[in-house]
Design a protein around this ligand. Structure first.
Ligand code: COA
Ligand code: MG
Length: 307
């Protein structure tokens, strides 16, 4: 008999902004931005001869006040690259919410880092995120996600990287991402089977608001929890598309009310204005309302921090 995937706690990951760790001006901007999470990038946005300086920038940043309402993730270089070991040392020293591993090809890539964190007695709160951005990463997405089943693995979230994947496969960047959708949905299936989040890939053309809007809507419809972003002007669209809108909140509240009626206590299906609603929709509705509450709490905390 199959077991249902346990419902994971909701994390707000609508907008996940990448900030090159070499860019001090961009680092200074973070406190004033409305993104749910920040990826401090030590990998591809930092030139090899600048890696050490980028690590120093992060040391300075993390010694300052913690940005309100934002998950902090450090993207390291591959352990095989010659930079990865020093990056991981930095992660152990700074204890962000997560370390993001680039170009994860197979479960062992995640297990190796989990072992190193355990050896170093890293706090359990330090999670592992994985970039799925290579042909092998896509092919092995389910096996990698399954490796996250054990609590000791720390695996929490996948981030799709289409720039690398397009480079490796020759798929051209096209509106609608038709040839990529089958692979993106493999990733969604893998995270859904094993209870992780998936974040959609970056959209490079940061001045094209209309195309970003379309891609955010598509990512939300596919089941992604949020989008990785490269520029502050992409945050608003991601927050809007990946957060529940007013109509969805109102509908969720109506579903909760319908099942809360005294005569619905023993019903598994109810009639909501001519539409069948099942008890499974109740769980979704409660999660959606909870998410809306988290968003409201986060906005209040940000307003308070701004004084
Ligand atoms: N995080 C924080 N602030 C950022 C930012 C980011 N990712 N990208 C741009 N900004 C800031 C700039 O510093 C600039 O601030 P200023 O007006 O005070 O100087 C402001 O936003 C406007 O930026 P703009 O002039 O439009 O762009 P730019 O030329 O400074 O930067 C990029 C464009 C693409 C180089 C930059 O957005 C970037 O480096 N993005 C992240 C790239 C990355 O992380 N890649 C790896 C993952 S794919
Ligand atoms: Mg990449």
């Amino acid at each position: 008999m199959s077991r249902a995937t346990p419902l994971r706690p909701i994390s707000l990951r609508r907008s996940v902004l990448s900030v090159p760790a070499i860019n001090r001006r961009a680092l200074e901007k973070i406190a004033g931005l409305d993104c749910d999470a920040v990826i401090f990038d030590l990998e591809d946005s930092v030139a090899p001869e600048k890696k050490a300086e980028a690590r120093e920038n992060l040391r300075a940043f993390f010694s300052g006040p913690k940005p309100v309402g934002k998950e902090r993730i450090i993207r390291i270089n591959a352990l095989s690259s010659g930079f990865g070991a020093d990056d991981l040392e930095l992660v152990l020293a700074l204890e962000p919410d997560a370390v993001l591993l680039p170009k994860v090809d197979e479960p062992q890539d995640v297990i190796d880092v989990g072992d190193r964190l355990a050896e170093a007695d890293a706090p359990e709160s330090l999670r592992i995120w994985a970039m799925i951005e290579t042909p092998r990463g896509i092919l092995n997405a389910a096996a990698i996600a399954e490796a996250g089943r054990t609590p000791a693995s720390r695996l929490d979230c996948f981030v799709v990287g289409l720039n690398d994947l397009r480079k490796e496969t020759g798929v051209l960047p096209q509106p609608g991402r038709a040839y990529l959708v089958p692979w993106l949905m493999q990733v969604i299936l893998a995270v859904s089977a094993y209870g992780l989040d998936a974040i959609d890939s970056v959209f490079n053309d940061f001045r094209d608001a209309e195309a970003l809007d379309a891609e955010c809507g598509q990512g939300r419809a596919m089941g992604f929890a949020g989008k990785m972003l490269i520029h502050p002007n992409q945050i608003e669209a991601a927050n809007r598309h990946f957060g529940p809108d007013e109509a969805a909140i109102a509908e969720a509240k109506a579903i909760i009310a319908a099942f809360a009626a005294p005569d619905a206590a023993t019903l598994n299906v109810v009639n909501l204005d001519g539409r069948m609603v099942e008890r499974l929709h109740l769980v979704q509705a409660e999660r959606l309302v909870h998410k809306a509450r988290l968003i409201a709490q986060r906005s209040a905390a940000l307003r308070q921090a701004e004084g």
